[in-house]
Write a protein that binds this ligand. Structure first.
Ligand SMILES: Cc1cc2nc3c(=O)[nH]c(=O)nc-3n(C[C@H](O)[C@H](O)[C@H](O)COP(=O)(O)OP(=O)(O)OC[C@H]3O[C@@H](n4cnc5c(N)ncnc54)[C@H](O)[C@@H]3O)c2cc1C
Length: 487
């Protein structure tokens, strides 16, 4: 008889875990609280416009990358058209001068030299670091073989295992330093993580999949269903059942018990460990990680449907605000705008979609009850202030906006359950870069974890590869050899 596995969460990690578990002969049932798959990898429609939350690039989108076979196994790259970005971002300063962060390393070098010729040594080293990383693979498996493949990049890895902010301080030209900071420096992000990303882009292997997040996820859902998997939507998990130190299934919010031989959580890490297994298997190390590490902050995500063609404008633009936007205690002085015109499926012909992910304080939103008058007032204010900010770079756009949609940390929690509304799990810092998160909990057998909360830095690669390694681990425990198949 095949062994049964219940998976909590139908995001990318849950679907991927489902695919790998089916390839290895388990009876699998995914329980997803929402009525559709994808979790954070999602989009929604408003009056003919598609507001895509997630996908800017899929790392490993081109054959030859070590990640590509994973995407093939999960059935999401076959037949899909990718657009490789010419630039990582365009950044404006207070004078209106612009910095284009080209994905081609030589063009990037020229652009950096144009602004800060006195930083030639720094620039050349940075660009050669990217070029060196283009020749290696981010390891998707642990073990000696993966390590050996990674050896040529070890020098670069060590040199750039510092926060981007530390790297930025080495730049002497103040304009270049500001451009570099405003383009590449998010929080305490590790420089090597950024450079790996730039190396994938330079290799043209971090493309934007035409159609966006939803078709990608639907292809993975289809792959899972075609392997014989089951998925239950609108099925909210409230507890992981444990019997004699072994996971025995799940209990749903409506009280239904679903028994299984094995359980894998591919949903929020905090809820899994501290709510559904109420802290009983959180050893001191896990408690310390959750107490000390920082998640990516939550977002206010403003989407706008615009009745005008902006397809000639940059796909992403960062610019300083003449009139800062205040959200709680925080003053937003710079806006990052994504223009989705490179994908014609996002808006009716001749129209455009802009989205702005704005990082915000969780504590502020936590203090405002969902759907209260205060909440509505805040949303209404952002509906006015964000288009007014866009007006600073695109005069006239405010009057062309037909639809505005504001998602807040409450929205993220409601639809994905992520802790503190985080949009990508743990921040990728110098500390988390080398941290291995446990995918099993000490004292609890038959239980596994996958997804962005066990894979710092989040993202679709982390979600998929952590699912793959969780099922590999599960196969080992079940004394089966792990197998995969390409779709
Ligand atoms: C603005 C933005 C841009 C991004 N851009 C990119 C990008 O360009 N490239 C990239 O690789 N990544 C990107 N990401 C990150 C990526 O979307 C996430 O890291 C990834 O989708 C996380 O997948 P996951 O399956 O681990 O978690 P989630 O997507 O959070 O999935 C968890 C699932 O569990 C379900 N769940 C939660 N609680 C329960 C419960 N009680 N019962 C049942 N089900 C439950 C949720 O509904 C959800 O479907 C972006 C994210 C955001 C927000």
């Amino acid at each position: 008889m095949s062994r049964s596995l219940v998976i909590i969460g139908g995001g990318v990690a849950g679907l991927a875990a489902g695919c790998y578990a089916k390839m290895n002969g388990f009876d699998v049932e995914i329980h997803e609280m929402h009525h559709q798959p994808g979790g954070l990898c999602t989009a929604w429609n408003r009056s003919g416009y598609t507001f895509d939350l997630c996908i800017d690039w899929l790392t490993g989108s081109a054959p030859g990358s070590g990640l590509y076979p994973v995407w093939e196994e999960l059935g999401i790259v076959q037949g899909r058209k990718f657009i490789d970005p010419e630039y990582f971002g365009i950044t404006l300063d207070e004078t209106g001068d612009r910095f284009t962060a080209w994905t081609d390393p030589d063009r990037l070098m020229q652009e950096m030299l144009r602004i800060g010729p006195e930083d030639e040594k720094f620039i050349r080293e940075f660009v050669s670091g990217i070029k060196r990383l283009m020749k290696v693979e981010m390891p998707i498996d642990s073990g000696l073989a993966a390590l050996l493949k990674f050896l040529p990049a070890l020098g670069t890895y060590n040199k750039y295992s510092v926060p981007v902010s530390t790297l930025t301080e080495r730049i002497t030209n103040p304009r270049l330093r500001e451009f570099f900071r405003n383009t590449y420096d998010w929080h305490d992000q590790s420089a090597i993580f950024l450079m790996f990303m730039l190396a994938y882009m330079a290799r043209r292997s971090a493309g934007y999949p035409l159609g966006g997040s939803v078709p990608l996820v639907r292809a993975m859902e289809q792959r899972y269903l075609s392997l014989g998997g089951l998925i239950r939507y609108g099925s909210k998990v409230a507890e992981i059942m444990v019997e004699n130190g072994r996971a025995a299934g799940i209990r749903l919010q409506d009280g239904t018990a679903v028994r299984s031989d094995l359980v894998l959580s591919a949903a929020d890490g905090y809820s899994t460990i501290f709510r559904w297994l109420p802290g009983n298997y959180a050893d001191p190390r896990i408690q310390e990680l959750y107490r000390t590490l920082e998640p990516y902050p939550p977002l206010v995500f403003v989407s706008m449907g615009v009745n005008a063609d902006y397809s000639k404008e940059p796909w992403t633009l960062s610019f300083p605000l003449k009139h800062p936007i205040r959200i709680g205690e925080k003053e937003v002085t710079r806006l990052l705008v994504r223009n989705h015109s490179r994908d014609p499926s996002m808006a009716p012909r001749g129209k455009s979609v802009f989205t702005t992910p704005i990082e915000t304080d969780y504590a502020f939103w936590e203090g405002i009850p969902y759907h209260s008058d205060h909440y509505r007032t805040e949303k209404d204010r952002l509906c006015k202030e964000v288009p007014a900010a866009l007006e600073e770079v695109y005069p006239g756009i405010r009057d062309q906006i037909e639809v505005t949609d504001v998602a807040t940390p409450h929205t993220f929690i409601r639809y994905t359950g992520n802790w503190k509304g985080s949009y990508e799990g743990w921040l990728m810092t110098k500390k988390t870069m080398n941290l291995r998160f446990p995918q099993k909990l000490r004292g609890l057998s038959g239980f596994y974890m996958a997804g962005q909360w066990v894979s710092p830095g989040g993202g679709l690669p982390g979600a998929a590869t952590s699912a793959r390694s969780a099922i590999k681990l599960l196969c080992k425990d079940e004394k089966r050899s792990f197998v995969t198949q390409t779709a």
